[in-house]
Design a protein. Structure first.
Length: 270
């Protein structure tokens, strides 16, 4: 297995009853806390490879220091190996704006932030979903087909993501677009809340890869099924399986891949 990837079991559906078992390589995703002079500057979701390059590039692109001012990067595994703290030091004059940012963020908090706590916050527990979706593969295909015609911003720009909510029969209820996939989903969840729409009675379709953040947002909206047109990350799969969220990924007009764990097979009849 190539560094930065893992493998998951899948079941390929041609939107019929027959399922073909297989495997697929997916990228590893983990929270990486960038700690500068002892202060957590940011927690990023990343593939945990080439992290020295990532930290240095991040500091340079943020304009925090020049290349010659960046000290060695120390990588520490935390949260039972689920996350990484990347520690680096800058000259005192470069660290001053970082300290000021940390003071504004923390306010009057007495405990402060450390790398472990920040990563544990990123991996906070999710509520288990009560019931599985009753949507059929045919309903998913119907929603995907309808979504193609429900993205006016993307039709004009070819540069936006869409998040859609469909009822179990595949009929679209709401679609929201944004340049960011997370923003599009937040907009959709907000629209459903304002309309009094119960997200547990349908499914979400996203024009993006299936990242851990999208899983978290779908679960907190109490939606039992998330469909994405691209593949998931390993953290997204593990988080989804732990709480009973079904994933249908690489969903195209001809086939899709079900991603489920043993606990979910009976519920979904797989």
């Amino acid at each position: 297995m190539t560094e930065g990837t893992t493998s998951i079991a899948t079941r390929r559906s041609a939107y019929g009853d027959a399922l073909e078992q297989g495997e697929r390589a997916i990228p590893v995703e983990a929270p990486v806390a960038i700690e500068i002079n002892g202060v957590v500057y940011a927690v990023m979701m990343a593939t945990p490879t080439d992290l020295d390059d990532f930290v240095i590039g991040f500091i340079l692109s943020e304009g925090l220091a020049n290349a010659g001012e960046i000290g060695p990067v120390e990588l520490v595994r935390v949260a039972d190996g689920e996350g990484v703290v990347a520690r680096v030091n800058l000259p005192a004059d470069r660290a001053a704006p970082i300290m000021e940012r940390a003071r504004r963020r923390l306010g009057d908090s007495s405990c402060g932030l450390c790398g472990v706590e920040s990563i544990e916050a990123a991996l906070r527990p999710l509520p288990k979903l009560a019931t599985p979706s009753t949507a059929t593969p045919q309903a998913i295909r119907k929603a995907l087909a309808a979504l193609d015609e429900a993205q006016p911003l993307n039709a004009l720009t070819s540069a936006t993501h869409a998040a859609a909510f469909a009822r179990v029969d595949g009929a679209l209820v709401a679609v929201r677009e944004d340049v960011g996939r997370h923003n599009a989903l937040d907009k959709l969840i907000g629209a459903l809340a304002r309309a009094g729409e119960d997200a547990s009675r349908g499914f979400i379709v996203m024009t993006s890869r299936c990242s851990y953040e999208l899983v978290e947002k779908a679960v907190r909206a109490r939606c039992p099924l998330l469909v994405t047109i691209s593949a998931p990350t390993d953290l997204a799969v593990r988080r989804a399986e732990a709480v009973g969220l079904a994933l249908a990924v690489v969903a195209r007009n001809d086939t899709m891949l079900w991603v489920t764990g043993p606990e979910m097979e009976a519920a979904y009849g797989l």
